[in-house]
Ligand binder design. Structure first.
Ligand SMILES: O=C(O)CCC(=O)C(=O)O
Ligand SMILES: [Fe+2]
Length: 260
């Protein structure tokens, strides 16, 4: 990143919202979403864009009707560079209001979503990981028009409305218009959301999951959920190790600090 904007200043420059309603103890912070100019190096993003185009044939569609390429950082080395950029992580942590780290489960640590004409984008859902950074790589259309849809209400209420097919046109849905060069940081685990394309638009997006370093148990990626996308041999050992060696010890430390 070439420019660093401090979060209070950033909040003046960009859309920013907090999780609405009652205090949410399951959330890792009170950020709902924030949209901001990302200033990532053009050469790095170009390399990622070229890799994403070249690998589209290998994307698969299983869970949530989403066509995506998983563990994209293992296929496109430039993604790995961006994921671990300390300046990026410091900036996103400030925006989120808690220290963030890249998501540690390889199959779920970076993916590329392909939204193509006449294909579904992604069903309304909450994420398994606590936060995602959405980085659009290409948006085409006449004029280009693609958005992340955020339901401004309870997750269960939104899911019930989605089941009745009432959600896409609801006044309770906020439309965050995506633009290349901008990122959206979203606490997608605690906010019901989806994606939309209009005017024959198409969008290819790099999705970089993150979580709270201090509260890694705030994570909804059960093994059951991961198995809806991943083969057992690709995910079981890493998931068990993470829960046993990171998530649970961190939870116990938090409990101990509350009783001492
Ligand atoms: O691309 C978007 O607008 C949303 C993507 C998303 O929700 C996801 O990948 O989990
Ligand atoms: Fe999501």
């Amino acid at each position: 990143m070439s420019v660093f904007v401090s979060p209070p200043e950033l909040r003046k420059l960009c859309g920013h919202n907090s999780i609405v309603g009652e205090p949410d103890e399951k959330a890792a912070s009170n950020l709902g979403y924030c949209i901001f100019e990302n200033h990532y190096k053009a050469e790095l993003v170009d390399e990622i864009r070229r890799g994403a185009e070249a690998l589209e044939g290998e994307a698969s569609s299983k869970f949530l009707s989403l066509t995506h390429l998983r563990k994209a950082h293992k296929r496109i080395p430039a993604i790995e560079v961006l994921m671990h950029d300390p300046q990026r992580l410091a900036f996103l942590s400030d925006v989120a209001g808690c220290e963030l780290e890249p998501y540690p489960i390889t199959t779920a640590a970076a993916h590329i979503n392909y939204y193509r004409r006449e294909k579904s984008t992604i069903d309304f859902h909450t994420d398994g990981c606590a936060f995602v950074e959405l980085i659009p790589l290409t948006i085409t259309g006449d004029p280009p028009d693609s958005a992340t849809l955020i339901y401004n209400g309870s997750i269960q209420g939104g899911l019930n409305a989605a089941r009745r097919a009432e959600l896409f046109n609801s006044d309770d849905v906020e439309r965050i218009v995506q633009q290349v060069g901008m990122s959206v940081l979203l606490q997608g685990r605690r906010v019901l959301h989806s994606a939309d394309i209009q005017n024959d638009s198409e969008r290819v997006t790099l999705v970089l999951p993150l979580r709270s370093k201090n509260e890694p148990w705030k994570d909804d990626n059960t093994l059951f959920r991961l198995l809806q996308d991943d083969a057992a041999e690709d995910v079981v050992d890493e998931w068990v190790k993470d829960v046993a060696e990171r998530q649970y010890p961190a939870f116990r430390r938090m409990q101990a600090s509350q009783t001492s």
